[in-house]
Design a protein around this ligand. Structure first.
Ligand code: GLC
Length: 518
């Protein structure tokens, strides 16, 4: 947690926690979370021991894409509070030693953004060339064969006002900004400065690989028809922009993080967006491919091996994430068994790299069932965005019982108050794992070597000098042999049994994950 020259930047030792502001806690009675609700619960983050909080967008927005449709980059949506509430949240976070990462959505604005409104009305005006406009007729054909990333419809919509097609790699309400225009670059760099000047510690950069585009916007190759640009687009223009963004961040005192969402499919393309030591780009990028693995030892072993190999060769620092606001929660994806969610916590927090915990996963939350008439997101991502239950009462620490989305299941037991009061709960497991990472240099920053094990077990050794720790995860619902090198069980983090109980030295119980000191 230091920015002293020669020391590792804070994010390599950090556990980060993602807050989706609309779902965290409502203090106003609107039925939607707000910034004051986040500030009110910062002590929970301190209790868990996380080091940084990433806030999903809280900017003014018509909320067609949950706030990833921004209509003003330099303000707070009134539903969440105001800039004073943000400054208070930032100050209260810093007072607790928590870094604050804000979401930056540079690829597109909302169609309600004044820039787009000006662009559609006045092609020759100051914003005429700030978006991608193409001639044609409303009946088609479309300017190219791209599909957008959320519903896989066309990336082009016809605008009656300007009488042209405009490009949107997400919903039609999210027109893509034309980053080849220097005026767009300047305006967007200013939005970074706005938040840096307020004191934020970094940015999570939304779909950052999309900002540089081939100016010809060519059709995708026949082999890739139907795949969205967000997984395909890898352009020199983006790398050039990222180098400038990095220079801007590095010009500020302290370590300001550039964390990119590069939702590409292969690790090589993701790594490419970190640049080189001579020409650095992002500091960190989300490593999403493992998030797509099923709960099975084979894919995880291979995913860990590949990450180690590729990141090792590039001298880069990995990230790990199991859940976020775009995908069903991992307990739901893995079938719902809480023992698996517990083992997954040890997996996430035992690997080499910066882990990201999505608010509520420390409670072992499942996705909410969202009936048809209460759906908010067209792409069906509501289940993982359900309100966080803070206590067992009917309003669960919110003002109302009926909020913008229904509660997740099991709220009587799976809420913060009940779980923090139960030393055997999954919330305590997260806390203990995070504490263990801090106490063991091997877990925080040590090397990682996969061990030969039973096919249903993934185990690895972490080493930093004399500190040697073995993590073993049994992916099977039946006992499996424990790795022989696992010597002294750090029993408080065994996922089965309660603190102090000894599990078998030689055998992992069904879905047991454990951390041992060698
Ligand atoms: C990112 C966000 C997602 C959003 C999309 C468009 O993938 O995580 O929620 O819909 O970008 O901004």
């Amino acid at each position: 947690m230091s920015s002293d020259p020669g020391e590792r930047p804070w994010w390599t030792a950090a556990v980060a926690y993602q807050v989706y502001p609309r779902s965290f806690c409502d203090t106003s009675g609107s039925g939607e979370g707000d910034l004051a609700g986040i500030t009110a619960h910062l002590d929970h983050l301190s209790w868990l021991g996380v080091d940084a909080v990433w806030l999903s967008p809280f900017y003014p927005s018509p909320m067609r894409d949950g706030g990833y449709d921004v209509s003003d980059y330099c303000d707070v949506d009134p539903r969440y509070g105001d800039l004073a509430a943000f400054d208070h949240l930032l100050a209260e976070s810093h007072r607790r030693g928590l870094k604050v990462i804000v979401d930056w959505v540079p690829n597109h604005t909302s169609d309600q953004h004044p820039w787009f409104q000006s662009s559609r009305r006045d092609p020759d005006g100051p914003h005429g060339d700030w978006y991608f406009w193409r001639d044609g007729t409303p009946d088609g054909p479309m300017p190219n064969n791209w599909v957008e990333s959320l519903t896989f419809g066309p990336t082009w919509s016809w605008d009656d006002v300007r009488g042209q097609w405009y490009l949107h790699n997400f919903y039609p309400s999210q027109p893509d900004l034309n980053w080849s225009n220097p005026a767009v670059q300047d305006a967007m760099f200013d939005t970074l400065r706005f938040w840096l000047d307020r004191g934020v510690d970094g940015f999570r950069m939304d779909v950052i690989n999309l900002i540089g585009k081939d100016p010809a916007l060519p059709d995708v190759d026949p082999d890739y028809v139907g795949l969205p640009q967000v997984i395909l687009n890898d352009r020199p223009e983006t790398h050039e922009l990222l180098r400038r963004i990095r220079t801007l961040l590095d010009s500020y005192p302290g370590d300001r993080l550039a964390l990119g969402e590069v939702a590409m499919l292969d690790i090589g393309s993701i790594l490419g967006h970190l640049g080189t030591p001579q020409a650095p780009e992002l500091h960190l990028a989300f490593n999403f491919p493992p998030m797509r693995h099923p709960w099975a030892a084979g894919p995880w072993r291979e995913g860990i091996a590949q990450t180690e190999r590729d990141y090792g060769a590039a001298g880069a620092w990995p990230t790990w994430v199991l859940s976020n606001h775009d995908i069903a929660r991992h307990r739901t994806r893995y079938g719902g068994d809480e023992r698996i969610a517990r083992a997954a916590a040890v997996l996430l927090l035992g690997l080499r790299g910066t882990p990201f915990v999505y608010a509520g996963e420390e409670l072992g939350l499942l996705d909410a069932e969202v009936p048809e008439d209460r759906r908010d997101d067209l792409a069906g991502r509501d289940g993982c965005r359900a309100p966080i239950p803070w206590d067992p009462t009917p309003t669960h620490g919110w003002v109302r019982d009926d909020n913008w989305l229904p509660w997740p299941p099991e709220t009587v037991t799976h809420n913060v108050t009940t779980m923090t009061g139960d030393a055997g709960s999954i919330a305590h497991l997260y806390r203990e794992m995070i504490a263990l990472r801090k106490a063991h240099p091997a877990l925080k920053s040590g090397s990682l070597e996969l061990l030969d094990t039973d096919p249903d077990v993934v185990a690895w050794r972490r080493v930093d000098g004399d500190d040697v720790v073995v993590v073993a995860v049994n992916f099977a619902d039946s006992p499996r042999p424990a790795p022989t090198s696992a010597a002294t069980l750090l029993s408080s983090v065994a996922t089965i049994g309660s603190r102090g109980e000894t599990a078998s030295e030689t055998e992992l119980a069904p879905y047991e994950a454990r951390v041992s000191e060698v």
